[in-house]
Design a protein around this ligand. Structure first.
Ligand SMILES: Nc1ncnc2c1ncn2[C@@H]1O[C@H](COP(=O)(O)OP(=O)(O)O)[C@@H](O)[C@H]1O
Ligand SMILES: O=C(CO)[C@@H](O)[C@@H](O)COP(=O)(O)O
Length: 557
């Protein structure tokens, strides 16, 4: 019997990777990573070298095509698989990562006349410079009693499509006028692969406030933000919204030539990275919270009921698995906090010791940090290095470390940062539970659980719950590959639904992380302190973090 395969391509924050998977048993046959040549632009713009303002984060769309050009042929070659054995492709992306396009679908930043304008580039998910627009959107939606607001925890994020689009209108009306479409990078890549404009119900639902029955926010609402914003949906967000799991189209001749695949190969409607991981860890039913842990963490859970509440970044019907309401919450920085510490704040002697012991800096710090018992560092941190997505949805908050002394060691700080992110996750679990959701089990996936065992034990101890870990190295790409198999359909050797695909392909490791009772007790006490500080600094009782930010940006508050 001829073996058949699918390819999942995961577009992360720093790089993109392709994964070739055997459909019959879910075996990961070959993988290839392409770092983005231009990385994340958060200081200066390429070409002109002009300085970017605070909280900007841009990307180059050409880098996404580079991933396709390099990584797909590489996995085909490594696996020695012939193109006719690959029945489908699925992609997943960070989101909301959006860009303005001209009438031909070319990103404005790729045109000479616009390339020196920062607003012409891809705004990466962690571009946080649209907080003023997000605040206006939230106040206006609240005042008008817009029904969509409750589905997003009562607050839309500065990371999302409405805020980012409104920022373009406010700061670059001439560019806004010129843009024929605004598109999620996820959907743009699918358009490059298929030549078809197909927006994903997942990207539209979670990031552009689209609803299966109600559609996007109304013209009247958009107009009330700015009269020029009224036609955002008809003009710039136009295009069919297709359900997750469906086929967006077939691979074009030119993309077939570029990738080495056959023209017409089924391409799935795009997915968000974190959301693709849910079926990839075999979660297709309610009660199981999936932690997609990488640069940031997304928390995803299914339910058969629709509830609303603080901390829920979005609830979308059929948004993750058809037939269920999919819930998302998140922490805007997790791995990024650890990376900040390692890159910006670790003393030279740590680098020497790690090199002497032939360990990476993270690994050395993890080993040393594991020597401390919970509470023994005397430190406590709040994980807002990139603002708070859940539960406060406020990009203007910043990180805090409490309890430093002259004796504090780098490994103690590192441990404290790991703990802070675990407390942030516990606050999200509490918020879900308070909203009426039953969180029974935790499933961890993404890059972090594979890399840092101490982190996973801390999460088990802080949450008091056993954690199952994905048995895939590239969980998001694996999920995307599963959707590729569903888009190909049964006739091609694929699957009739994502649930069938999960039964055949997905798995978790046998080893789990179990809470250690003595640690749980101490972390319960520390979590109370975290929550107290979280509410004091985050809910307005003491606005010092915002005042510091205002001072930094030259404000006089
Ligand atoms: N051993 C480690 N312990 C903790 N964090 C790590 C370790 N190694 C890498 N990281 C962090 O993991 C993050 C990358 O996660 P990954 O899931 O691979 O990427 P992405 O989120 O972009 O898909 C980076 O922020 C990096 O700092
Ligand atoms: O916000 C979402 C998903 O909703 C993510 O794309 C975003 O947090 C980025 O994820 P990574 O941490 O780069 O994996």
């Amino acid at each position: 019997m001829k073996r058949v395969y699918t390819i999942g391509v995961d577009f992360g924050t720093e790089s993109g990777r392709a994964l070739l998977v055997d459909i019959t048993n879910g075996q990961e046959v070959a993988t290839h990573v392409t770092p983005y040549p231009h990385g994340v632009m958060d200081e200066v713009l390429i070409h002109s070298g002009s300085k970017l303002e605070q909280d900007w984060a841009l990307q180059h769309p050409g880098d996404y095509l580079e991933v396709i050009r390099q990584s797909i042929p590489s996995v085909l070659a490594e696996a020695n698989v012939s193109p006719d054995q690959v029945i489908g492709i699925g992609i997943d992306f960070t989101a909301c990562t959006m860009m303005p396009l001209d009438a031909g679908g070319t990103p404005l930043c790729m045109l000479d006349e616009w390339r020196d304008h920062p607003h012409s580039w891809v705004k990466l998910w962690k571009h946080h410079a649209a907080q003023d627009e997000a605040s206006l959107i939230n106040e206006t939606a609240k005042r008008r009693g817009e029904t969509f607001l409750a589905r997003y925890g009562g607050k839309l994020s500065s990371e999302w499509m409405l805020a980012k689009s409104l920022q373009i209108l406010n700061e670059a009306p001439e560019l806004y006028e010129q843009a024929v479409l605004f598109m999620e990078a996820a959907d743009w890549v699918v358009m490059q692969l298929t030549g078809q404009l197909a927006r994903s119900s997942c990207t539209a639902g979670y990031k552009a406030n689209w609803h299966k029955r109600e559609g996007y926010p109304s013209r009247q609402f958009l107009q009330s933000l700015d009269p020029r914003f009224g036609d955002l949906v008809e003009k710039k967000l136009r295009g069919p919204v297709k359900p997750l799991g469906s086929k967006a189209g077939g691979l074009t001749e030119s993309m077939a030539a570029l990738t080495g695949l056959l023209p017409g190969t089924a391409v799935a409607v795009a997915n968000i990275d974190a959301h693709a991981m849910v079926p990839a860890v075999s979660v297709v039913t309610p009660g199981k919270l999936v932690l997609a842990m990488g640069t940031s963490t997304c928390h995803l859970i299914l339910s058969d009921k629709e509830v609303t509440g603080e901390g829920i970044c979005g609830v979308v019907e059929d948004g993750i698995i058809p037939g269920y309401y999919g819930y998302e919450a998140g922490q805007s920085a997790v791995g990024d906090i650890f990376a900040w510490y390692v890159d910006e704040a670790v003393p030279e002697y740590v680098r020497h010791k790690a090199a002497e012991e032939r360990l990476g800096i993270h690994e050395w710090l993890e080993k040393e940090a594991a020597q401390y018992a919970p509470g023994q560092t005397g430190l406590l941190a709040i994980d807002w290095w990139n603002g708070s997505r859940s539960v406060l949805m406020d990009a203007d908050l910043s990180g805090v470390i409490l309890g430093l002394t002259l004796q504090t060691k780098p490994a103690e700080i590192y441990r404290t940062l790991l703990e802070a992110t675990a407390f942030g996750t516990r606050a999200i679990i509490d918020a879900f539970t308070e909203s009426g959701m039953d969180v029974q089990e935790l499933y961890a996936c993404g890059g972090l659980p594979q890399r840092n065992r101490l982190l996973m034990q801390i999460y088990a101890d802080v949450t008091g719950k056993e954690i199952k870990v994905a048995d895939t190295v590239q969980t998001a790409a694996f999920g995307a590959a599963m959707f590729g198999a569903v888009a190909a359909g049964k006739e091609q050797g694929g699957f009739g639904s994502i649930v069938e695909a999960a039964e055949a392909m997905a798995r978790v490791r046998e080893e789990t992380f179990k809470p250690i009772e003595a640690n749980v007790r101490i972390y319960d006490r520390l979590y109370k302190e975290y929550k107290g500080l979280h509410d004091y600094l985050g809910r307005g009782e003491n606005g010092v973090l915002k005042r510091l930010k205002a001072l930094k940006s030259g404000g006089r508050q």
